[in-house]
Ligand binder design. Sequence first.
Ligand SMILES: O=P(O)(O)OC[C@H]1O[C@](O)(COP(=O)(O)O)[C@@H](O)[C@@H]1O
Length: 415
Amino acid sequence: MQPFPLLALPPPFNTSHPTMPLSSLSSLLILRHHPPCSLPPTSNRPRPHLRLLLAPFTRCRAFACQPLAAATDDMAAAAAATSPPTLLEHMGQAGAAADLTVLVAHIQSACKRIAAVVASPGNAELSRAKAGGGAVAAGRDAPKPLDELSNDIILSSAKSSGKVAVLASEENDQPIWISDDGPYVVVTDPLDGSRNIEVSIPTGTIFGIYNRLVELDHLPLEERAQLNSLQSGTRLVAAGYVLYSSATILCISFGAGTHAFTLDWSTGEFILTHLSLQIPPRGQIYSVNDARYFDWPEGLRKYIDTIRQGKGQHPKKYSARYVCSLVADFHRTLIYGGVAMNPRDHLRLVYEANPLSFLAEQAGGRGSDGKNRILSIQPVKLHQRLPLFLGSMEDMLELESYGDVQQKVNPGYEV
Ligand SMILES: O=P(O)(O)OC[C@H]1O[C@](O)(COP(=O)(O)O)[C@@H](O)[C@@H]1O
């Protein structure tokens, strides 16, 4: 195998070496042990006021200067009082449990590293390479090296948080038991949409957090790990995604609204940018891979034909948008409204459908398999796949009224 290319990460994500081989970086990311419960490093520089964040080019170059170095303590305090909170400040203000805050701090830190990795020159070669792993269990796709690296980053952060009992990842056949007394269970798709990475199309990380089921503590480890990971979506304590795009956005819900935070690369902090996001009750966009039109059931064809002609309940012609990267398609739907769907049995209930449906519901929208509310479906298998429809309440109810919208034909598409 060719040596990995050099990888340079911008501060605050780099190490003391400005460039290093990706192989060393990955071992650093994977093997570095934080003391249990310590918070990952975040910037201790004062955060600029929102106006400064919105006009970065009126400041000096983002990574090369200390924009507020000359500010007095008073000015910094005044700016902090009026600027929007970081994710962790928001959790503090909302009275989140300390354990949950520590866990989310580690997850956000892992996602900053993934953001830096997917944006680095080093990933071009990685995205073309084949993963080194062995055979993959039935029902799982072969991972790409960037899937594996992202998975290692998330696993490492779960371990170093000291707060995770078990982690179930789309990239592992079985859940990984981490600690008997970890209060939480984490489910994750560490890098969704990685098939797009070679062409720099947005990707994302999806995660869900459950309480560890203490009533199962007496069971043998394997069974305990499985059952803790197969909790119904109604039991989610928190869920979120991180979109790696022109902006890196972390969207999260703790069960009281859906909030989005945008990464300010100059300070390394996720800053609150969308408080209590509300998905519009009706949109004008549908999102689906419609090259599959001839494999769709009659109901779905009829629904799409109707809305694109402006003959549905909403008398406007709908437009199509499809990135083919679930986090990106969902994020757009959350902001603009409409429906995002994958009508075949492709996306996973545990790692993708449940966390995103939780976020959709917390924003006033709906997540369904075309018939049933996603969160009420009891998972029976870790890598269980199902049709997934997410979006605005009115659009979703109209779509479901067509009845026959789940694609049964699934020939296994090549692209
Ligand atoms: O091929 P389809 O049916 O359009 O599926 C595309 C979907 O698959 C995904 O790439 C996820 O699939 P993988 O987990 O196999 O990468 C989503 O990001 C995207 O929405």
